[in-house]
Design a protein around this ligand. Sequence first.
Ligand SMILES: [Fe+2]
Length: 184
Amino acid sequence: MALAPHTDNPYRNPVPCIQILHCIESKVSGGLSTLVDGYTVTEDLKNQYPEFYKILTEVKVRFRFIDKEVILETISPLIELNENKSFKQVRFSPRLDYVPILEKEKLDLYYQARKKISEMYNSDKYRIEFKLEPKDLMMMDNHRLLHGRTAYETKEGERFLQGCYIDYDSTEGKLRHLKRKFNL
Ligand SMILES: [Fe+2]
């Protein structure tokens, strides 16, 4: 099955910052990686559907993950802004978001807005697709980008991507160190 564009672990605090996917094996013809820029989509939403943008930045939903050992939970809007109203972060992982009790009119607007942004995230217009080959490693900002994958046939062979997350501060710290080391 294909994996629709999503951000990882929106129920965590903090949400994992930078995601790394390292392709170890890929013997299938499908299984292309997909990326969508959440910043571009939310800017277009702001320009084209300002009411939808507004409600998605205001209504806080509950993101929740439950298993036998833990219940992880965060409450935040789908589009989170900084204090000066600039873009901060998107969260999008349908099935994990629980909408609060709202007045009917507001709830209707919220669902229309959620449907619209979902259509935009899933449209060809914003998506890039590419194939990761063994030894390729992809790094992306999980606060800004959505990622997914096209379908593939498991009978064709193995496909294995090893993933991990790293924080912004340690990554920026390492970058400063490398600049110092190589006099950049
Ligand atoms: Fe994911």
